[in-house]
Design a protein around this ligand. Structure first.
Ligand code: SF4
Ligand code: SF4
Length: 497
């Protein structure tokens, strides 16, 4: 067992209201410089939809992530071997059209326009050419267009959904969509790190955050092609790769990342997980239908004395072990099993998990009041307005059982809480539903608490960064050679009388 600590995240999709506050918080903190105009380290997509960059989930187009034949695990496109062949033209690299052409407005015209009979307007100007432009795309251009034939119907998660179901879903009275906020997943098996020929990308030992060393980056852009989630970007001005850094300077001072802190829907949770790094390759090679369970098995029980002993042996600080025991992520992912990784079939083992969204209640107005389709308060999971196959493609590598489990449990918790607070659902019925969803009343209460009435401290359990140790490791042993001797940072203990 090789126990390591990983800062991990859960996004509860039922709670996201698509306000984009997270994206703006991130943009203002990190990407308002020259060369970053088109970058959105955090973006919020409407699902079904094609996202940003457009159709990023279509790996036939982008060839991102890993593939396996059972024996070998290989990057799909840009391995270090292939970088020279692709040096002048990488056929699978997203281009500006796949993101969008960034623009600003001619604000000065509002002040300087000569007097006339019309109200002056600020025309959009391309940030690439400086010329006036027609805006035709943007990072959330498909916002709320859940039923559109241009965006929603081209979502690659519909590939395995039957034509009947698609037709039913896009019928105007059944239209439904949900929001899908995305940041870098800080994967356990990051394709971006593996693909970089210069070794500029690295995963921090102490907390698993994936970063780019700007001094070492040589603009090969292999990471851009290799990340299947398209969460590394290329800064044309500095000639360096950039990506989400999980606000590590904030984390190191005990603050939640900017997008987490500002999240209006309070959908975001952050905490530490302990995992077994010695089994990474074995898990990444598992067949698609075993990947979710395989990744879960990597996550270790932070209360297990053997795990604690091995973690200490690897230098994991006791305060980090304590944080792992209090981690909301551990509960969502491992104990309750209601948070799932996105597109685990890309085999990067993402460490951002999503609680899949419930669909709205199917109801119709009748003369006597509102009639629910199945006469229950919450719709039948099997007849979700977002088809189960669609969610399974997104969160279960195409397999429905894990998604069904998560949705069933969420529904049972809602029934149970309805029985507790309103009392118009028989308690016996609610408890039976909990039993069928593999949930106890205590667990339902805990899920309800962490989902609905959680405090800031419950959502973000950030361990102390122990900068004192990390900084000590950074110090050059030669720097203090004159004063205390080679290899010492303070004077050695005095010996003799
Ligand atoms: S999401 Fe992409 S950029 Fe982030 S760690 Fe995974 S492979 Fe790298
Ligand atoms: S701030 Fe929170 S609720 Fe708003 S879009 Fe972002 S993730 Fe969703």
């Amino acid at each position: 067992m090789d126990v390591r600590a990983q800062t991990s995240m859960v996004f509860h999709l039922d709670k996201c209201i698509g306000c984009h506050t997270c994206s703006i918080a991130c943009k203002n903190v990190w990407t308002d410089r020259k060369g970053t105009e088109y970058m959105w380290w955090n973006n919020v997509e409407t699902k079904p939809g094609t996202g940003y960059p457009t159709a990023w989930e279509d790996q036939n187009k982008y060839q991102g992530g890993w593939k396996t034949d059972g024996q070998k695990l290989e990057l799909r496109s840009t391995s270090r071997r292939h970088v020279v062949a692709n040096i002048f033209h990488h056929p699978h690299m997203p281009s500006m059209d796949d993101y969008y052409e960034p623009w600003t407005y001619d604000y000065q015209h509002l002040f300087n326009a000569p007097e006339g009979s019309d109200q002056p307007t600020a025309r959009p100007l391309s940030m690439v050419t400086g010329e006036p432009m027609e805006i035709e795309a943007g990072p959330n251009w498909d916002d709320d267009l859940g039923g559109s034939p241009v965006y929603a119907e081209n979502d690659s998660n519909f590939d395995d959904v039957s034509e009947d179901l698609k037709a039913q879903m896009f019928a105007i009275e059944r239209l439904v969509f949900f929001y899908f906020p995305r940041i870098c997943n800080h994967c356990l098996n990051p394709a971006c790190v593996a693909s970089c020929p210069s070794g500029a990308l690295y995963k921090r030992g102490e907390d698993g955050i994936v970063l780019v060393d700007q001094q070492i980056c040589r603009a090969w852009r292999s990471c851009v092609a290799a990340c299947p989630y398209k969460k590394t970007f290329f800064n044309w001005n500095t000639g360096k790769a950039e990506k989400c850094i999980l606000c590590y300077p904030r984390l190191e001072t005990g603050q939640a990342p900017a997008c987490f802190h500002s999240c209006v829907g309070r959908i975001r949770y952050l905490g530490v997980l302990l995992y077994d790094a010695s089994r990474l390759e074995e898990v990444a090679k598992l067949p698609d239908d075993q990947l979710v369970e395989g990744q879960r098995s990597l996550i270790l029980d932070p209360f297990d004395p053997e795990v604690i002993a091995e973690a200490r042996k690897n230098g994991v600080h006791d305060s980090v072990i304590q944080a792992a025991q209090d981690s909301p992520i551990y509960k969502f992912v491992k104990v309750w099993k209601i948070a799932l990784p996105p597109h685990i079939e890309y085999r990067t083992l993402p460490m951002l998990f999503y609680v899949p969204p419930m669909s709205p209640v199917m109801a119709a107005q009748s003369e006597t009041g509102v009639a629910h389709e199945d006469q229950g308060f919450f719709h039948d999971i099997e007849n979700s307005r977002v088809p189960m196959q669609f969610l399974a493609k997104l969160f279960g590598a195409g397999h429905e059982n894990k998604v069904r489990y998560a949705l069933k449990k969420q529904k049972a918790v809602r029934w149970y809480r309805r029985a507790v607070t309103v009392g118009d659902v028989p308690m016996a019925e609610a408890e039976e539903m909990l039993r069928q969803a593999d949930c106890t009343p205590e667990e339902a209460q805990a899920i309800y608490r962490l989902t609905a009435i959680c405090t800031f401290e419950e959502r973000f359990v950030i361990p102390p960064a122990h900068r004192e140790e990390a900084l000590a490791m950074l110090e050059d042993p030669l720097a203090v050679k004159q004063s205390v001797g080679f290899g010492f940072q303070g004077p050695p203990p005095h010996r003799g009388p």
